[in-house]
Design a protein around this ligand. Structure first.
Ligand SMILES: Nc1nc2c(ncn2[C@@H]2O[C@H](COP(=O)(O)OP(=O)(O)OP(=O)(O)O)[C@@H](O)[C@H]2O)c(=O)[nH]1
Length: 363
């Protein structure tokens, strides 16, 4: 990443336009720090921000973000790289900006540097632009494709792709670069949940607590009442796989997965229904998360070795800085990771789809 960071920095002054790709679910957390390091209040006039994966984000939140960015003097567009119409809009925006910048130059050539943190969809965007862009069929056949992968860090080199003619536009795809310093305690879980970093880089219980907090502030879990649990409870612990960085999650059957999801949902809806506190109050919310953690530990017959990180829920409004390495050190010191992994996997199974639809409080 350090080499990629240097290479991007060297090219930044040379290009006509910088296309910053962010994840529409977490537009603040996925900001490309290198661009905003020097003058966060004054965005580069050559900057165009694409909030990609808009299909997975809350539409109204994305619209607010686009308006907010524009208000700050930064061009911004919501994108779904899997949609032809959306990529066409992006191409038009890029073409329009290049024409503005190259005003008066006939038959000009524009260069665009595509940057962003890992896994936000840079390569997917470039491939789609290259496919849809108006370039000769012969040129399309000759050009290579960028590697698209669900794993972060697949793009390793900077490569150029032609995406339009009249004006000719070349886009440089770059490797994802992420600052090793998290902006706040919630950045890690957000980046894990949106796939920008590997799950193993953040402590399991931090992810679990984050998910529980997000869930408690949403309304879905109130609708999870009256779920029937059938099956053998004693098989829960065996049914939930332990996790390591290199093993993929496997479930013995869909039935087991459904069963776990329902058990988690029931535990959460019960705790919320019987909770007397105010969810808008930070201390009350922390108390509820602790109760739910205990409830889930009981439901899954997990020993209560690990207490919740008391700093977690207060970090919702906290802007203390946490580094990835600090998180890893803490993880190494925590001997009960496997017990927690089981619990977290169960919770993730239950709530990941809800959370992915909207991480509303980002930024
Ligand atoms: N739902 C959805 N998925 C997308 C979208 N764009 C990309 N993806 C998926 O996101 C994952 C990452 O896409 P890439 O294009 O490889 O991301 P990248 O930013 O180039 O990743 P690095 O190589 O880590 O820098 C892939 O699984 C894509 O299919 C989108 O608009 N919507």
């Amino acid at each position: 990443m350090a080499a990629a960071d240097r290479a991007i920095r060297a090219r930044l002054p040379l290009v006509d336009l910088v296309l910053e790709v962010r994840d529409a679910r977490v537009p603040a957390t996925s900001a490309f720090e290198l661009l905003h390091r020097r003058s966060p209040e004054e965005p580069d006039v050559r900057l165009l921000v694409a909030l990609n994966k808009a299909d997975l984000a809350d539409k109204s939140e994305t619209e607010k973000w686009v308006a907010f960015m524009k208000q700050r003097g930064c061009s911004c567009i919501a994108v779904n790289s899997h949609s032809r119409g959306s990529i066409n809009e992006l191409l038009n925006a890029v073409r329009g900006r290049i024409r503005e910048i190259k005003l008066g130059v006939s038959d000009c050539t524009g260069t665009v540097l595509l940057v962003g943190i890992p896994n936000v969809g840079k390569s997917a965007i470039i491939n789609a632009m290259h496919q849809i862009g108006r370039i000769g069929a012969a040129e399309k056949g000759k050009l290579k494709h960028a590697t698209v992968s669900s794993h972060p860090g697949e793009t390793r080199d900077i490569s150029g792709y032609k995406v339009a003619s009249h004006p000719n536009i070349y886009v440089l795809d770059t490797p994802g670069v992420l600052s090793p310093i998290f902006a706040n305690d919630e950045s890690g879980p957000r980046l894990v949940l949106t796939g920008a970093i590997k799950d193993s880089l953040v402590e399991e219980y931090e992810i679990a607590q984050f998910l529980l907090t997000v869930l408690n502030l949403r309304t879905e879990c109130r609708e999870w009442e009256n779920l029937n649990l059938d099956g053998d409870k004693s098989s829960f612990a065996d049914a939930i796989p332990t996790r390591s960085c290199h093993t993929k999650r496997q479930y013995s059957s869909d039935h087991t997965q459904d069963f776990i999801v329902r058990a988690v949902r029931q535990a959460l809806s019960e705790t919320i229904a019987s909770f007397q506190g105010d969810l808008g109050n930070e201390n009350d919310l922390r108390r509820l998360v602790e109760i739910q953690f205990t409830h889930l530990q009981n439901a899954f017959r997990i020993s209560a070795e690990t207490t919740l990180s008391s700093s977690f829920t207060s970090s919702i409004t906290n802007s203390s800085r946490t580094t990835i390495s600090t998180s890893n050190e803490a993880k190494a010191a925590n001997g009960s990771a496997s017990e927690n992994s089981r619990l977290v996997i169960a919770i993730l199974l239950s709530v990941r789809p809800n959370v992915l639809l909207s991480l509303r409080s980002d930024g």
